[in-house]
Design a protein around this ligand. Structure first.
Ligand code: IPM
Ligand code: MG
Length: 362
């Protein structure tokens, strides 16, 4: 079966990490007989520069047609002064919303070779394997009304709305329970139900969905406590489900447990498992174009793409194993470099990964 993939390099380090992804796709096509048809389009600041919109109509059309999408990153300081609608981030948010990619899976998995690279003690993080399921198309990111208005006396007032409908909570809860069922069957729902009505509804609804999944143990935690527990005793978690903004914050926090945010992939799925796959680290403008970025989060995102959108679980496993192999062989980009390991750039890391994958095949 032929698969159409769309790659969106985006901004900052996006193009260089996505280039490593394209190398991996080429290897999967030539040596693992995957029939891939790859298109490329503009998103974010690169799209603003080229055609004045962070999500051009052509990109959206290609995204709708694709079976899966690989994104590098969007954003950069040169776009900070733009009107809100023109910001690179708006392109990404609009793409998530247009394609209804409501289920954002963010695994925080520690490769044993990187235990020493975490800022936390090795014994706190070794063996870590958490999955954050973040609701991605609702909550305060999209709630109306929103804006900045000028009050009678001339003072300005900014406002956003944190809103969730029961149906939105139900569908993300089903995704999270189904995911937990395939793991250690423990789900922790994170909210702020001691203060927010929307969280009260969230908690009640998740509780109700739990009745469909008797094999999964459900717990609830307030978001402030969850932030603390993530750095105090992260291994207590299996799957975490939470809303859009809490998930944004907690997933960056969880990322650091694994040694570097440069290691974390993500999948954003719709109801039919079509997905957008992206590293969670962002565009890192400070190191863009210097061949220093870590491409492993992008390559691990491709593993997720293989697993969730292409139904190629064995190939996904092979890519993840190959990442373990290159780490075992001592290859490290600057963000995960520790004494005694071998410092390499983005291109060399991409090459090493493809070589490791080929070697496993023989
Ligand atoms: C993320 C990012 C985005 C978000 C930004 C770039 C809009 O931080 O994917 O976590 O806030 O969702
Ligand atoms: Mg974020």
């Amino acid at each position: 079966m032929s698969h159409t993939l769309l790659v969106l390099p985006g901004d900052g380090i996006g193009p260089e990490i996505v280039r490593q992804g394209v190398k991996l796709f080429a290897c999967l096509a030539s040596e693992f007989r995957l029939d891939l048809h790859i298109e490329e389009a503009l998103l974010g600041g690169a799209a603003v520069d080229a055609c004045g919109s962070p999500l051009p109509a052509e990109t959206l059309a290609l995204a709708r047609e694709a079976d899966a999408i690989l994104l590098g990153a969007v954003g950069g300081p040169q776009y900070d002064g733009l009107a809100r609608e023109q910001r690179p981030e708006r392109g990404l948010l609009a793409l998530r919303a247009e394609l209804q990619l409501f289920a954002n899976l963010r695994p925080a998995l520690l490769f044993p070779q990187l235990a020493a690279a975490s800022t936390l003690k090795a014994e706190v993080v070794s063996g870590l394997d958490i999955l954050i399921v973040r609701e991605l198309t609702g909550g305060i990111y999209f709630g109306q009304p929103r804006g900045i208005e000028t009050l009678a006396g001339g003072e300005r007032r900014g406002f956003n709305t944190l809103v969730y409908r029961e149906s939105e909570i139900e569908r993300i809860a089903h995704s999270a329970f189904a995911t937990a069922q395939r793991r250690q069957r423990r789900l922790c729902s994170v909210d702020k139900a001691n203060v927010l009505e929307v969280s009260e509804l969230w908690r009640e609804t998740v509780q109700r969905v739990a009745e469909d999944y008797p094999g999964v143990e459900l717990t609830h935690m307030y978001v402030d406590n969850a932030a603390m527990q993530l750095v105090r005793a992260p291994k207590q978690f299996d799957v975490i489900v939470t809303g859009n903004m809490f998930g944004d914050i907690l997933s960056d926090c969880a990322a650091m447990l694994t040694g570097s945010i440069g290691m974390l992939p993500s999948a954003s799925l719709d109801a039919g498992n079509k997905g957008l796959y992206e590293p969670i680290h962002g565009s890192a403008p400070d190191i863009a174009g210097q061949d220093q970025a870590n491409p492993l989060a992008t390559l691990l995102s491709i593993a997720m793409l293989l697993r969730y959108s292409l139904d190629e679980g064995a190939l996904a496993d092979a890519v993840e194993t190959a990442v373990g192999d290159v780490l075992e062989a001592g290859y490290r980009t600057a963000d995960i470099h520790t004494p005694g390991t071998r410092l390499v750039g983005c291109e060399a890391m991409g090459d090493a990964l493809v070589d490791a994958l080929r070697a496993r095949r023989r």
